[in-house]
Design a protein around this ligand. Sequence first.
Ligand code: PXP
Length: 252
Amino acid sequence: MKITGNRRLGVNIDHVATLRRLRDTPYPNLLQAAREVVAGGAEQITLHLREDRRHIVDADVWAVRKETPVDLNLEMAATDEMLKIALELKPFSICVVPEKREERTTEGGLDLSNHQRNETLKRIAHAAREKGILVSFFIEPDARDVAVSQELGAQAVELHTGSLCIAHQAPQGSPQRERLNHEWRRVREAVTCGVESGVLVHAGHGIDYDIAAELGAMSDIREFNIGHAIVCEAVFTGIRAATARMKEKLGL
Ligand code: PXP
């Protein structure tokens, strides 16, 4: 599968489902949110079907796949249950993520140092690619992990930008802020490694409106997947305008 074309924004609307889950109400309507995000210019909807179904549930991924006229990117743990769902659902892409039950959100990239786990990742990548699904691995911005992802069969990597964004948000003079240059270096090196080895480079996690322009200026990043900041902005402007504003900040 040869993927070309424009740079893209995927909007992760898990937190619309988080609001629904808070009271177990039928609202807010996830499909309506997906349609608004599309109207705001998103090229893709990203959903994380977690093993504990804490926000997105199975019916959501099917509804969005069938009813939304843009690509669906399914974030999923490397398990047989999720692989089975992905192969039936046939989203445009999957992004394989590490998943821990106790975490608030995906806290780091995949650990690619374990041979047995890597064999599972390889099997998942192979099975999904056979169905024509684009396979991405969510990894730390680390050149070695880019290379290992490619070896295991991923066509794309999504670089975890969480540490970079935390450093960027931290107050001047704080220990976290001191890491900012280091975090930018890590991301730049991983992007370069991806480009040189022919792996598609995506980025996601923690991206807010303040860092979007700088990240968007990195023209080798083909896709951004952004959720929390857009849903937060939607409280004030609605999710359509929040999406459009993020696209504009990214320069897409
Ligand atoms: N990409 C991946 C792989 C994620 O796990 C998440 C969070 O679910 C995101 C992107 C979006 O992160 P955020 O909600 O911080 O923008």
